[in-house]
Design a protein around this ligand. Structure first.
Ligand code: UDP
Length: 251
């Protein structure tokens, strides 16, 4: 599969539409043979964390699919005189795969969120997608002993898709650390998607999403995220003034 990517500060991101992301995922599922291909959704926080964290940077570079999650990524490309075809918010990718499961029967395991959250996500989705094939769920707060059982359960179920929502970079590192053990076709980090799906966190109205201000809406709803979003101006300056804008600290 030849990939068309745009690299921002060392992080390659696929230049694809949501339907192309769906198609690529189908191909990964067909060819993976339970080899746990990694799907990531880089945003500005990811790119900035990757500048300081080689382990995270390597995971992002080695991912089989990297969807452009945030408006900051779209702007970062524009500063390099490049253009992403589309922004793909994490929840949109999640729903695209859920639709695939509903249509084709792909099996899905949901790992992450607070106790009861992935189960609630599963119940809500079953009302909208009656044929969705969610085969297992577990919350994202577990100790080493429970982790062993979770991995054993996943490996008995052998789902096509494992969604992991532990927040970044924890979820990406968790997937990478267990990549060789996990018998799944693809594993995708999902951040706060399960909380959006249960309605615990509300997504911005569509018009706010359309004008690229969802990050601001989320900041108003969760002011504690200011520490995380403060990196945005630093990121823009870094992209603007980087001699080779595609190169990050670890290139
Ligand atoms: N979470 C978890 N286990 C942990 C830490 C976090 O399951 O040890 C969950 C948390 O309940 C939330 C999600 O991970 O549902 C993280 O959401 P956040 O909004 O931080 O993710 P982002 O979209 O910003 O990456």
């Amino acid at each position: 599969m030849v990939r068309d990517t745009i690299t921002i500060l060392g992080v390659p991101i696929d230049n694809i539409t949501i339907s192309e992301a769906k198609k690529m995922s189908e191909e990964l599922i067909s060819n993976s043979n339970k080899s746990c291909k990694i799907v990531v959704a880089p945003n500005v926080e990811f790119i900035m964390k990757a500048q300081k964290d080689k382990e995270f940077s390597d995971i992002l570079k080695q991912a089989s699919l990297a969807t452009p999650d945030s408006i900051g990524v779209i702007i970062g490309a524009k500063l390099q005189k490049k253009e992403f075809k589309q922004r793909i918010p994490g929840q949109s990718y999640f729903r695209a795969i859920i639709e695939l499961s509903n249509e084709k029967g792909y099996s899905i395991y949901l790992l992450g969120g607070e106790k009861g959250t992935p189960e609630q996500v599963c119940n809500n989705l079953k009302k909208i997608y009656p044929n969705v094939n969610i085969v297992g769920t577990h919350n994202g707060y577990f100790d080493e002993n429970e982790e062993k059982h979770i991995i054993e359960e996943i490996n008995v179920l052998k789902p096509n898709v494992l969604f992991v929502a532990l927040g970044a970079p924890k979820q990406e590192k968790w997937i990478k650390n267990h990549q060789n053990e996990l018998k799944v076709d693809i594993a995708a980090g999902q951040g706060g998607t399960f909380d959006y799906e249960t309605g615990k966190i509300k997504r911005a109205p569509v018009w706010i999403q359309k004008i690229g201000m969802e990050w601001f809406y989320r900041l108003c709803k969760q002011p504690q995220r200011i520490k995380r979003q403060i990196v945005l101006p630093i990121y823009l300056l870094k992209v603007l003034f980087a001699k080779d804008k595609t190169k990050g600290k670890f290139n």
